[in-house]
Ligand binder design. Structure first.
Ligand SMILES: [Zn+2]
Length: 211
């Protein structure tokens, strides 16, 4: 009986905390909306997106340097993103404009780890946490494409497909007059010239060093 009481108490506390956070979030949302509207008035623009399109390079600099009601925008941005102890004004502004309320809000597509903020307003956060995850995803995409190709054609990859092989030969004949690029007289001649000029250079170097 006593235990139940404790449990109820705990869940009550949890519920109260949750409500408090929700209220905090609502207040923060309202403050951000007010800030964005005031910013638009100061910058004489209908929306920040339009202002960014017109001034992509100076966008963040112009906003950060502004003073609203005696307060630097740089400091207002800190107040509007209190969950980030350390962050650039650019990252804070990104959170305010795109409605993020937690630190490292974007998680890696592959492993779920937080991703880095790209230092550009138009790019935001990386999709992957590392180059390793990017490569893994590329592998997955490639495998999926090959599996789809196999299902559709019955061949593991295009180079095994006789239709593709035939087309490749036809294209080579069209461009070089023979079925394989190695058979082309033009290519053979080019290779010969390249080989001899390399030999001559090598010989010249050898002759000079021998003197
Ligand atoms: Zn990852």
């Amino acid at each position: 009986m006593e235990r139940e009481g404790v449990n109820t108490n705990n869940s009550m506390v949890y519920f109260a905390l949750k409500v408090k956070n929700m209220i905090d979030l609502e207040i923060l949302k309202e403050q951000r909306l007010k800030f964005v509207n005031t910013l638009c008035q100061y910058l004489k623009t209908p929306s920040l997106e339009i202002y960014y399109e017109q001034n992509p390079k100076s966008f963040v600099r112009n906003i950060v340097a502004l003073t609203i009601d005696g307060k630097l925008c740089k400091d207002i941005l800190k107040e509007l993103t209190p969950y980030m102890l350390v962050a650039t004004p650019l990252e804070r502004l990104y959170h305010v404009v795109f409605d993020f309320y937690e630190k490292n809000p974007v998680k890696c597509k592959i492993c779920g780890n937080p991703t880095e903020f790209v230092k550009q307003f138009s790019k935001g956060y990386q999709i992957y946490c590392s180059s390793n995850c990017r490569m893994l995803d590329q592998k997955y995409i490639n495998n999926k494409a090959l599996a789809k190709y196999f299902k559709e054609t019955g061949y593991k990859n295009p180079s095994q497909n006789p239709d593709v092989k035939k087309k490749k030969i036809e294209t080579t004949i069209k461009h070089f007059g023979c079925s394989h690029i190695n058979y082309s007289e033009e290519i053979k001649e080019k290779r010969r010239k390249k080989y001899f000029s390399t030999c001559q250079t090598a010989f010249a170097i050898f002759a000079i060093s021998a003197i």
